[in-house]
Ligand binder design. Structure first.
Ligand SMILES: Cc1cc2nc3c(=O)[nH]c(=O)nc-3n(C[C@H](O)[C@H](O)[C@H](O)COP(=O)(O)O)c2cc1C
Length: 245
């Protein structure tokens, strides 16, 4: 069966960013990959109130569509996150949604799914915006892949296969063949130490999956990277105080 991908559009306008998603939808059909485009503006997302109840108790008091959106993301094989650059970074709508996924930093639920990024801008902010989205998706446990970026000067340019082939390769690849970057391994160690030391709910989640004894969720990791990750983990483990709760 063909793979299914969810593309999140965080602009209200169905113009530059959305246009790229629509074009990708057509192109991916040739590869037997189905894209559904989801417009965040058609959902009710309330700003996070900072209670940390999602992190600590896996419960959120805000009654809106966020939980539904998170379930939608979990049900697909891969994700495309897209945003126009607003004031140097993602749109407010994208940030609203991302803030509400804070529990996934502690208990990642998109582990093993590839992700790609689409960012459009008049001129500036592409690097910061793409880097931010990539960082978030690493915290969600995903496999970061391709990015497609356009400015006002390049928006009409055709999308080339090289711009998205890494995403397709990862969609088709078994996750055991994934090669995490050092940055991903380091973030994993941070999340692992916090899971082991801070909240019981995270400790249980990580232990059930055997992640507490792993160097990464999945993938092929060369010995030198393993060593660096282990050294970093041991240092951090000593520094972080255990919280009894
Ligand atoms: C509120 C707002 C802030 C923006 N901030 C920037 C910016 O910081 N840098 C920039 O080059 N373009 C900026 N832009 C331009 C948009 O990023 C650009 O037009 C984008 O392609 C719009 O995407 P859309 O057609 O999908 O809405 C901004 C536009 C708006 C409405």
């Amino acid at each position: 069966m063909g793979k299914r991908v969810i593309a999140i559009n965080s602009s209200k306008r169905k113009k530059n960013t959305y246009g790229i998603l629509k074009e990708l939808k057509e192109k991916f059909k040739e590869q037997d990959i189905h894209i559904d485009i989801l417009n965040l503006f058609e959902y009710n997302i309330t700003p996070c109130v900072g209670c940390e109840s999602c992190v600590r108790f896996d419960k959120c008091g805000l009654k809106d569509d966020t939980e539904k959106l998170m379930e939608i993301l979990k049900s697909y094989d891969g994700v495309i996150l897209s945003s126009p650059v607003y004031m140097g970074n993602v749109s407010g709508m994208m940030k609203l949604f991302i803030d509400r996924t804070a529990k996934w930093f502690h208990r990642p639920e998109l582990v093993g799914k590839p992700i790609m990024y689409v960012v459009t801008t008049a001129a500036s902010g592409i690097n910061d915006t793409t880097k931010y989205l990539k960082g978030v998706s690493i915290q969600w446990g995903m496999m970061p892949t391709s990015s497609i970026t356009r400015t006002v000067n390049t928006i009409k340019k055709d999308i080339r296969k090289e711009e998205y082939s890494d995403f397709i390769n990862h969609l088709k690849m078994h996750r055991d063949n994934f090669k995490p970057s050092l940055n991903q391994l380091i973030m994993y160690q941070v999340q692992k130490v916090l899971a082991i030391k801070i909240h019981e709910i995270d400790r249980v989640f990580w232990t059930e999956r055997g992640w507490n004894n792993s160097i990464y969720y999945y993938g092929k990791i060369p010995a030198y990277k393993k060593s660096v990750a282990k050294i970093f983990y041991n240092m951090l483990y000593k520094k972080v105080k255990k919280v009894e709760n």
